[in-house]
Design a protein around this ligand. Structure first.
Ligand code: PMP
Ligand code: GLU
Length: 401
């Protein structure tokens, strides 16, 4: 029989975060009281000054195609942001604005990876990295980490993973799904390895830059000896509560930025003109003075502490205190083998399926993030919901032997 769909699509997995979120929405539509801790998005509103800028852009008829890489004023604003927050001098020709960081990541990977090229990714990783590499026909090489090492890789592990085929290193700090943040010293130690391997490019996904409980954001791009090989990925989704507006951007060498502009010009063109205009004042505002951000981060910090405390009290959960983003990724392997009512927990995935089907709490299983012992909680939701979710989980698990 003729195969209709391409091999590319048939081997691609559905995004686990989006699949769980879809399931959760479908249950909610049936009137079920679902607690959705699966999707990672701030439950805050976009700041008013950004909404006003969007309304002004509509009234001023910004309704045409923008330049593929983004309006000039937006790219200028990104250069100013990168100077102010990251202390890097860059030119607008090094910036490409896209329809979300997701597209920026895909652009960069497609621009750099040839079939068979190896891409080193610390595990756990965000679900889409692995699939983006697959689309580019690259080969993911995963460096395992554990809760004990706070899910961080060492320079020795990095060195050992490098082969003559290594093209790219891809990571996020603050991390999705663990909330781990690499310190300046830890980044310098990784940069030392890259300084010795000059053919390797580094994608630094900094989408959670503004959600950091440890102090100042540190980027691996700050190290001059490797800077021209670092591609910074960032966007408006997380720090400005703008997930639906769809704006991400990359900062790279002119060569790589130009390649991504060419690719994007054949696929999507520039992102939404209104979103671009609205993002300019957001990027120009100093985050250290933003009341919106302070309020949001104070809430995330309270929820992190609350969720940590609640989960520490659930038998079988091994937990830790994350440094940033809004995720907690506890190890639940202590529950494997336990049974109730004819059902046995054999993996994080079976546990998450059972939890959503019986007590209507949506989590994401660690398998999609490269760690089958863990489950991901997004705590970007109210404290009441977190308390209720963990109460349901604890009561359910108490029935298992
Ligand atoms: N990188 C990471 C680590 C993420 O968690 C996400 C999910 N929002 C993205 C990139 C993509 O973000 P967006 O496309 O909404 O800008
Ligand atoms: N990045 C978020 C998450 O991990 C949003 C969903 C997605 O795009 O994966 O939940």
């Amino acid at each position: 029989m003729q195969q209709i769909l391409s091999d590319r699509i048939l081997t691609l997995s559905e995004s686990e975060t989006l699949a769980m979120s879809k399931k959760s929405r479908a249950l909610a539509v049936q009137g079920i009281n679902v607690i959705n801790l699966s999707i990672g998005q701030p439950d805050f509103f976009t700041p008013d000054y950004i909404k006003e800028a969007a309304k002004t852009a509509i009234d001023n008829n910004f309704s045409s195609y923008s330049p593929v890489a983004g309006f000039a004023d937006l790219r200028e604003a990104i250069c100013l942001k990168i100077k102010r927050d990251n202390n890097l001098e860059i030119k607008p020709s090094q910036v490409v604005v896209s329809t979300g960081a997701k597209q920026s990541l895909t652009n960069a990977i497609m621009a750099l990876v040839n079939p068979g090229d190896e891409v080193i990714i610390p595990s756990p990783y965000w679900v889409s990295y692995k699939e983006m590499i697959k689309i580019a026909e690259g080969k993911g090489v995963f460096i395992e980490t554990t809760i004990e090492s706070r899910f961080k890789i060492t320079p020795e592990q990095l060195e050992a993973a490098i082969t003559p085929k290594t093209k790219l290193f891809l990571f996020s700090s603050p991390s999705n799904p663990t909330g781990t943040i690499y310190s300046k010293e830890e980044l310098r130690a990784l940069a030392d390895v890259f300084a010795r391997h000059k053919g390797i490019y580094i994608i630094s996904d900094e989408i959670y830059e503004l959600i950091n409980f440890t102090g100042k954001h540190e980027s691996i791009a700050q190290f001059e000896d490797i800077r021209d090989r670092v591609i910074i990925i960032n966007g408006m989704s997380k720090g400005f509560a703008m997930t639906g507006w769809r704006l991400g951007y990359m900062v790279a060498s002119e060569l790589i930025a130009g390649a991504c502009e060419k690719l994007q010009g054949q696929i999507t063109s520039g992102t939404c003109s209104i979103t671009q205009k609205a993002s300019v004042p957001g990027l120009l505002a100093d985050p250290t003075k933003s009341e919106d951000l302070k309020k949001m981060n104070a809430a995330f910090l309270r929820r992190r502490d609350l969720l940590y405390k609640l989960l520490s009290d659930v038998p079988g959960f091994k937990t830790y205190v994350p440094d940033g983003a809004f995720y907690l990724f506890p190890d639940v392997s202590g529950l494997f083998g336990k049974s109730y009512n004819g059902f046995t927990i054999t993996s994080a995935a079976t546990l998450c399926d059972y939890i959503i089907d019986t007590i209507y709490v949506a989590l994401v299983a660690g398998e999609g993030f490269g760690n089958p012992n863990c489950v991901r909680f997004s705590y970007a939701t109210s404290e009441e919901e977190l308390v209720e979710a963990v109460k349901r989980i604890k009561e359910l698990l108490a029935k298992f032997n």
